[in-house]
Design a protein around this ligand. Structure first.
Ligand code: NOJ
Length: 561
């Protein structure tokens, strides 16, 4: 039995502040810039804004390295700018959730500055320090951004753990004092009136005791050790404690980012009876176009894999927990370039992908620019890229391993995180209206054709289609609460599914290919259509809904019984 909740009925919009809107001409998006655009978001119809980190940070990882959890980053403005933003959001009847980055802090955080001073410093155990082993790192784990996950610190002659960059030391959740500091900080923000948290790599906070070496039977030079720090032995205990101490006292929304999480684990994290989180961001569908050597190893998507994976999540959490639904964020390439066609069928495929996602069971997340069909970018030179993950990978592959730079650039064009981080394209003026200064990262050269002003003015745009998708959710509870059932599991081009709720049904049919294909409703599916709720083509509504021809990237949703 699925319980009703406001956060299940909401649509979330993610803002990556650095790239959203620059109000003061320094080339960097800022908080006042966001406030200026709230009416745009309200018109789109979204309910909740998730703000990627805006805290004080040296920006080694664009704010995911926090130096002060209680202060705003200088480039983004002041605390009073932020308070004004929150107030303006609430005045428009929207909500704000903040990014909570507590697996690690910045090495410039005062805790770490103290921690590294001496082995008996009061903050030593806020981080994970170990002596070397036989003159080498304490274990063989690799950082998510390449190289060892350990950094030697001369002052005390020990190593500290950093699962991301060496400027992002991991916090030690085994230490109850550290946990209490985090809970107090969370309350401090909640008492300011925010409406919840998106929690960064939150399933990494419990590491396996003893921090053993990860197995490496094939002698590869790349060892993630990921099973040793993901969903570790105390993770449920920590999240439950966080719920008791903090979250249970507020009516808020929580979503935990969890690389590598499986459905069975997610059931535990999101089952309300266990009092941990409401939703997780899982990654399975984002890894389906990875080859055997990971993200940079390119492989085309097989639609049957997407169906198998999404259906397992839909069925697995149904009636137990709750899904988060996303195809884009600041760590992913643009979906229209990835699973759609960003050339001839950009508008059609962007709408089709939106339909596919928004009709599933769960809370949909829209990432800035998705609603106008922004695409991946191809900068000629590596010097135009800004992301630490891209730059480290390029250096490692090209400079250290001698790989062909053109090949490496190809994989950056397909998978690099900067694809999602180019400045938001507001209009056709210089720098896409994002800034009057020099943007911190170049704007995608296609901004003259693809921008919000154009999209708002064109009734047939991706933007207006997203508005419709969002509005439909408000008027048809079946879209939020209906049960999910996959049909045509083996079709390589069509993804079709049914939803059902209180005697009503939805039929969702999406063509993931650029070919004309024919759809046939399986005989054993009982469905009688009453109306077509939405489609990305002009269709003859009297056409038989049981068999019809689908145009390239066509999507249709029928409602009936
Ligand atoms: C996940 C965030 O989404 C990503 O941008 C960041 O680099 C890592 N966590 C480390 O905080």
């Amino acid at each position: 039995m699925t319980h009703k909740a406001w956060w299940k009925e909401s649509v979330v919009y993610q803002i990556y502040p650095r790239s959203f809107n620059d109000s003061n001409g320094d080339g960097i998006g800022d908080i006042k810039g966001i406030t200026e655009k709230l009416d745009y978001l309200k018109d789109l119809g979204v309910d909740v804004i998730w703000l990627s980190p805006v805290y004080k940070s040296p920006n080694d990882d664009n704010g995911y390295d926090i130096a002060d959890y209680h202060a705003i980053m200088d480039e983004f403005g002041t605390m009073s700018d932020w308070e004004e933003l929150l107030d303006e959001i609430h005045q428009r009847d929207m909500k704000l959730i903040m990014d909570l980055v507590v697996n690690h802090s910045s090495d410039e955080h005062q805790w770490f500055q103290e921690s590294r001073k001496s082995k008996d410093n009061a903050y030593r155990d806020y981080y994970i320090w170990r002596p070397g082993k036989d003159g080498k790192e304490p274990n063989n784990w690799e950082s998510n951004f390449g190289g060892s996950a350990w950094e030697y610190d001369e002052k005390t002659g020990e190593y500290y753990l950093h699962l991301f960059s060496k400027k992002q030391p991991d916090l030690n959740w085994e230490n109850p004092k550290l946990r209490q500091e985090i809970y107090d900080m969370m309350k401090w923000w909640l008492d300011k009136g925010i409406d919840g948290f998106r929690m960064d790599v939150i399933n990494f906070i419990s590491k396996i005791p003893g921090l053993p070496d990860a197995p490496n039977p094939e002698g590869k030079n790349y060892v993630t050790g990921k099973n040793y720090f993901r969903n570790g032995p105390r993770i449920h205990e920590f999240l439950h404690e966080m719920h008791e101490e903090v979250l249970s006292h507020y009516d808020v929304m929580t979503v935990g980012e969890m690389p590598g999480v499986k459905v069975n684990e997610a059931k535990k994290y999101t089952n309300p009876e266990r009092e941990e989180l409401q939703m997780v961001f899982q990654f399975e569908h984002m890894g389906l176009d990875n080859g055997p050597n990971g993200k940079w190893d390119l492989k085309p998507l097989d639609l049957r894999d997407l169906k198998e994976s999404i259906s397992r999540w839909q069925n697995g959490l149904q009636g137990v927990g709750w899904n988060s639904l996303y195809l884009n964020n600041h760590d992913q390439p643009r979906i229209v370039s990835r699973f759609g066609n960003d050339q001839e069928y950009r508008v059609e495929s962007a709408k089709m992908l939106g339909t596919f996602l928004h009709m599933l069971q769960g809370t949909p997340y829209i990432y800035q620019g998705e609603e106008i069909g922004m695409t991946n970018v191809k900068f000629d030179s590596i010097d135009d890229y800004r992301d630490i993950e891209i730059l480290n990978m390029y250096k490692e592959k090209v400079e250290e391993e001698g790989a062909d730079p053109d090949k490496v650039m190809e994989s950056i064009y397909e998978k690099g995180r900067d694809n999602g981080r180019t400045p938001f394209q507001w209009d056709a003026s210089e720098n896409a209206g994002f800034t009057t200064g020099e943007p911190w990262m170049k704007v995608n050269p296609n901004y003259k054709q693809i921008n919000a002003a154009q999209a708002v003015a064109d009734d047939d745009s991706v933007y207006h289609y997203y508005r419709q998708l969002i509005a439909l959710r408000k008027n048809h509870p079946i879209i939020v609460y209906g049960d999910y059932e996959l049909i045509l599991p083996d079709d390589e081009k069509i993804y079709a599914y049914m939803r059902s709720f209180k005697g009503e049904k939805l039929l969702v049919v999406t063509n993931f290919s650029e070919e004309n294909v024919s759809f046939e409703l399986p005989h054993d599916v009982s469905f009688e259509a009453k109306e077509m709720l939405i489609s990305n083509y002009m269709n003859d509504t009297s056409e038989d809904y049981r068999t019809f021809a689908l145009k390239p990237y066509e999507a249709r949703v029928y409602k009936g019984v």
